[in-house]
Design a protein around this ligand. Structure first.
Ligand code: TRP
Length: 363
């Protein structure tokens, strides 16, 4: 069986380090590994509209931001099909059929949807489209016969729901859809990178993000004010690593070579942590180290972004081509789905001839 990747992001803002370590960096590696027959990367504008119905302009303006972030991280349209969700109307039709395979109570149990409803104060008035977006996400994944969905931990309930829909569909209509698997980051710190304030998650509304497109100065400022151990007041005080955002970021980004380059008096992160725990290592020094590492990672991304920013029409042209190619694949899946559901009446000579015979014999 071919190995196919599909994943994507909602275009509600520029992408940040949480997106990067949670999925984006991995996607680029997988794209370049040659292990996959196809890679589809989707800008999920229709899903973004499920909780931004009153602010379509935000979604519209951010499509290009997400596309620029993709390209600057190294997603390559020659190797990956990058497309816009709303340009594939076949996804709506798939969702419409899948809706019959999911119960309201099953949707209500989806933990990610539950958290999001709370976060948006939607409790009393959840838009139907938002409530059912896990179903549309199952359509996104299955339309492309995806086997693998590289995504963050928060997407796990979505993939589980998609798998249930696939099993239910195949069970009723015969083997048609491919059951996807999530591919989570293997590094625990990358699973859920906290915000710079130490809060659970990077989120635009909390103002605790480092964006891939932030300037060198902005990144340094964020690192300088990053949450550490509030009880680590003097350099000589022993410090805590757990819940210390600077160390969580080091867990996510630091490699042994970084020590040789930027902090040669230590040979490993474990050694640095041990010193911090003992006392005698100041936050400023650790933050400078993290800053150097992040700058090294982000500089080439920022530079590539500047280049792509010079040619916006070409980026849209790329998205258009990607969307056309994606649409063909989704249409062919939809053909198979319609056939499996036996709703391809006009192509079904047997159905028509059989019913014709029945009625003739009644004459
Ligand atoms: N839910 C994802 C997010 O919030 C975006 C998304 C839409 C997606 N469809 C998908 C991710 C399919 C993976 C697979 O960013």
């Amino acid at each position: 069986m071919s190995k196919i990747i599909l994943t994507g992001d909602r275009p509600t803002g520029r992408l940040h380090l949480g997106h990067y370590v949670g999925s984006l960096k991995r996607r680029v590696e997988l794209q370049n590994s040659g292990d996959f027959d196809k890679v589809y990367i989707m800008i999920a504008d229709a899903q973004a509209l499920t909780d931004n119905a009153d602010n379509p302009e935000k979604v519209r303006q951010n499509i290009i931001e997400v596309a620029l972030d993709y390209l600057s991280c190294g997603l390559d349209p020659a190797k990956s099909t990058i497309f816009i969700q709303s340009q594939i109307p076949e996804l709506c039709e798939l969702s419409f059929y899948y809706m019959n395979l999911v119960t309201v109570s099953r949707l209500q149990r989806n933990p990610t949807v539950k958290t999001e409803i709370k976060m948006r104060n939607f409790e009393a008035n959840i838009p139907v489209g938002f409530f059912t977006y896990p179903i549309s996400q199952a359509a996104d994944i299955t339309a492309f016969n995806a086997t693998t969905v590289p995504a963050g931990e928060d997407q796990e309930p979505m993939i589980e729901q998609a798998r249930e829909i696939v099993r239910r569909f195949n069970n009723i209509y015969g083997d048609t859809l491919v059951e996807p698997e999530i591919l989570l980051p293997d590094n625990a710190a990358c699973l859920r990178l906290p915000g710079t304030d130490g809060k659970a998650k990077m989120s635009k509304s909390l103002g605790n993000c480092i964006y891939l497109s932030d300037s060198e100065e902005e990144v340094s400022k964020r690192v300088k004010t990053m949450f550490t151990d509030p009880d680590h007041l003097r350099v000589s005080d022993p410090g805590k690593i757990e819940g210390n955002t600077v160390f969580t970021y080091l867990d996510a980004f630091c490699h042994p070579e970084h020590f040789t380059k930027y902090l040669p008096e230590y040979s490993s992160l474990d050694e640095l942590k041990a010193h911090y725990r003992r006392g005698g290592l100041g936050d400023v020094k650790v933050k400078r180290f993290l800053d150097a590492i992040l700058q090294e990672e982000l500089a080439p991304i920022r530079a590539r972004r500047k280049e792509f920013e010079q040619d916006i029409p070409t980026v849209y042209e790329m998205l258009k081509h990607g969307s056309e190619a994606a649409r063909e694949v989704a249409a062919s899946t939809l053909d198979r789905v319609r056939h499996a559901m036996r709703i391809d009446y006009f192509a079904d000579g047997q159905l028509i001839a059989g019913q014709a015979r029945n009625y003739q014999s009644q004459q």
